[in-house]
Design a protein around this ligand. Structure first.
Ligand code: HEC
Ligand code: HEC
Ligand code: HEC
Ligand code: HEC
Length: 299
């Protein structure tokens, strides 16, 4: 019987990741990831080619290692998977030792850093109050449920400025903060939060309360103001804070491309800029960012 079942699953995963990378702004990190994936792809294709000529075959199937599969089944296997993810997280933590990127310097000679929502909220209270209720603000919660909050592959779209100039690279504070805030029993529990709106709301509320109370000046976790409005922490050459309005180079408009960096076809197949953006104007709708859009309430 000539059944050659090739490792297409792996290949298409790699292709998916490549597609995602190619929608992101080019930088060192993106380049390195792309190189890495292309190498993996090449290796895999060579292997498959070799197998075909030798006539060897094997079958390969992807199984989600989640509560649904293992929750009522073999507890040991579920535990093993969690332990594996933990050790993976440790390795990934080491990988975070990435050189700091220099902040951008504009034509006016100012440095542009990411200020994070902590700063924006000082002046844009109305926008902040709506944003903090949005899923964007608490986007690290579903990662924690999957024990993937230290995975750089996930963080990149669930936070601001990861590996970007003036952004962050240190996830050191995250683990203990999330354990304390969300409870370790929820870590890696693998529940589908969408199916548990009560729990979803509860955890997100706990999270937002905790970040508001925290004393840190910057916090890069969650999809934030500057994911959509570009970095706005402006400093002059001597490092003095300047109001962001002095900087003429900042992008003024939020365009579809802004959202599509993260709402890629694979992560967000239903995404529709016109529709999802319009949520902003709908009365009483829970806007994903802030509902003052149509009203034009600035600041
Ligand atoms: C010190 C007060 C202050 C802080 C802090 C501040 N803003 Fe502003 N912001 C303003 C003022 C004032 C305006 C101008 C209002 C106008 O021109 O109509 C403005 C305008 C804006 C606008 C609309 C016009 C434009 O430039 O696109 C956006 C968006 C904005 N700010 C985002 C942010 C973000 C994001 C942060 C945090 C990184 C932030 N602001 C921090 C005071 C502030
Ligand atoms: C930095 C990545 C990123 C950017 C940029 C981004 N999003 Fe999102 N968005 C996410 C993530 C991650 C979630 C899921 C968060 C969660 O469920 O915890 C999400 C969720 C949403 C949701 C569902 C919100 C809800 O409350 O159910 C909408 C709608 C949405 N985004 C619209 C947009 C639009 C429109 C833009 C552009 C103006 C945008 N997003 C930009 C990452 C991003
Ligand atoms: C390319 C950007 C991107 C990457 C990389 C990414 N995500 Fe997301 N994620 C999103 C967006 C956008 C959404 C919102 C999707 C929607 O609602 O349409 C989302 C939603 C989710 C949700 C659903 C949240 C909810 O409220 O139910 C989970 C869980 C999730 N992501 C986990 C992960 C994990 C785990 C990884 C890493 C393996 C990851 N994401 C990597 C962009 C990304
Ligand atoms: C998911 C994307 C997204 C996030 C996150 C986001 N905004 Fe906006 N913001 C928009 C869009 C879209 C507009 C409409 C104007 C435009 O298209 O540029 C807007 C408009 C504004 C304006 C102009 C006045 C208004 O309300 O229309 C200000 C000020 C502002 N945002 C501040 C903030 C601050 C502060 C935060 C964080 C607390 C934030 N935004 C988070 C997408 C976002």
């Amino acid at each position: 019987m000539e059944t050659v079942v090739l490792d297409q699953a792996m290949l298409s995963q790699i292709d998916g990741k490549l597609d995602q990378l190619r929608t992101m702004p080019k930088d060192e990190w993106v380049d390195r990831q792309e190189e890495d994936l292309l190498r993996q792809k090449w290796d895999l294709e060579q292997k498959l080619e070799l197998m075909k000529t030798k006539g060897n075959t094997y079958h390969h199937e992807l199984i989600a290692l989640d509560q649904e599969t293992f929750g009522d089944g073999d507890k040991r296997v579920f535990k093993e998977v969690q332990a594996f993810k933990k050790s993976l997280a440790k390795i990934q933590k080491k990988e975070m030792a990435w050189p700091s990127l220099e902040p951008l310097v504009t034509a006016q000679g100012n440095r542009v850093e990411i200020a994070t929502y902590k700063k924006c909220g000082d002046c844009h209270k109305a926008q902040y109050e709506v944003w903090k209720e949005s899923k964007h603000a608490s986007a690290v919660v579903p990662l924690y449920i999957r024990n993937q909050h230290l995975n750089p592959e996930c963080i990149v779209c669930h936070s601001v400025g990861f590996h970007e100039p003036g952004g962050f690279k240190d996830l050191g504070y995250l683990e203990s903060f999330l354990d304390k805030t969300l409870g370790t029993k929820n870590k890696g529990s693998m529940v589908e939060l969408r199916d548990y709106p009560e729990l979803d709301r509860k955890l997100r509320r706990q999270y937002v309360k905790a970040i508001e109370k925290a004393s840190w000046k910057k916090d890069f976790i969650g999809v934030q103001c500057e994911n959509c409005h570009s970095p706005r922490g402006i400093k002059d050459a001597l490092g003095k804070d300047l109001p962001h309005q002095v900087e003429k180079e900042l992008p003024k408009k939020v365009v579809a491309q802004t959202c599509l960096k993260c709402h890629t076809p694979s992560q967000s197949p239903e995404f529709n800029f016109e529709k999802d953006r319009r949520i902003l104007g709908e009365k009483d709708a829970k806007a994903p960012f802030h509902c003052k859009f149509k009203v034009g309430n600035t600041p």
